[in-house]
Write a protein that binds this ligand. Structure first.
Ligand SMILES: C[S@@+](CC[C@H](N)C(=O)[O-])C[C@H]1O[C@@H](n2cnc3c(N)ncnc32)[C@H](O)[C@@H]1O
Length: 298
């Protein structure tokens, strides 16, 4: 395994778990991975069809030719910055496993701040109606459906291929009967008189210029339509703030994930709109502004 593009050296030595890791970790580091050991272990566990923890008890086990060929292909793709979640086809979010493909944003721990707040809000509602705008993998809609068994959820996305992944995830977590998936632009696919107790969204909010400065994993592989919020990052957020009051019941709650530097601008948009009260900025575990919360005035 002298190079990810070339055939492993035909040395007499056997390619064991330990040897593959010893070779892969510095190779991935050299190619820009910020977590080369973790990446190498996840990829090797995937190639061997085992849990990551099992690698530690099988350090001296040899790989089959098929496993080695698969690992070589995975390492080559990871070296070209393909996200690990796309390579193995899934990612954990809020304790649940989500299928992911390059059609959807990889669910981020950042978004768990919004989930915690949404679950807390939904506790005081008996049969809440929830709207997830820009559902992607479905991680928000499905996590809320799993954690709030009475909730009826609508999940919208502009990307039909993302919606297909979200539907598969809802089947995986057995919540398909409580989630309605709609294809379209923000509130466009909803009936004019529909209203929700909670509207949640992790919209595209990165500025178009900043996208060019992001890690290649994100910049080259994740869907641009899931990231790009326009010149100031607020194109979609502005539209959500403007239209959400119509689709919220009085005192219904709006939760929007933001970039930390957008907290003031989004709070001002909500204030200027005139239909919102109790506007608050919520911080994540790193004490960074991460979610803006507001309720529709009565
Ligand atoms: C940042 S991703 C969030 C995905 C997922 N909710 C999450 O938290 O991982 C934004 C999502 O919004 C969708 N989107 C972008 N513009 C949209 C629009 N105008 N209407 C509906 N969905 C949109 C994208 O396709 C993408 O799936």
């Amino acid at each position: 395994m002298s190079d990810a593009n070339s055939t492993p050296s035909p040395a007499a030595d056997v390619w064991t778990v330990r040897k593959i890791l010893d070779w892969t970790i510095p190779h991935l580091k050299k190619h820009g991975s910020e977590s080369p050991r973790l990446d190498a272990e996840i990829l090797l566990a995937h190639a061997r069809g085992c849990q990551r923890i099992q690698l530690y008890t099988q350090f001296d086990s040899p790989l089959t030719d098929a496993q080695r060929a698969m690992m070589r292909d995975l390492v080559k793709r990871r070296s070209a910055a393909e996200p690990v979640a796309y390579l193995v086809g899934h990612r954990e979010f809020f304790g649940l496993d989500f299928r992911v493909t390059s059609d959807v944003l990889v669910p981020r721990p950042d978004t768990e701040t919004l989930i915690v707040e949404a679950i807390e809000y939904l506790k005081s509602h008996s049969q809440p109606r929830v709207l997830d705008v820009g559902t992607g993998s479905g991680c928000i809609a499905i996590t809320l459906a799993v954690n709030c068994r009475q909730a009826q959820i609508t999940a919208v996305d502009l990307s039909a291929t993302a919606l297909a992944v979200a539907k598969q995830n809802s089947e995986k977590h057995s919540v398909t009967d409580r989630i309605r998936f709609l294809h379209g632009d923000l509130f466009g696919p909803l009936a004019a008189d529909e209203q929700f107790d909670l509207i949640a969204s992790n919209p595209p909010y990165i500025t178009s210029a900043e996208i060019e400065t992001l890690q290649p994993d994100v910049r080259l592989h994740e869907p641009r339509s899931a990231l790009d919020g326009g010149a100031d990052g607020l194109d979609i957020i502005r539209r959500i703030v403007a239209d959400a009051p119509r689709y919220l019941v009085p005192t219904g709650c709006l939760l929007i994930e933001i970039a930390c530097e957008q907290a003031d601008a989004v709070s001002q948009l909500l204030t200027a709109n005139g239909n919102y009260a109790e506007i608050a900025v919520l911080k994540d575990l790193s004490k960074q502004p991460r979610v803006v919360r507001a309720v529709r005035k009565q």
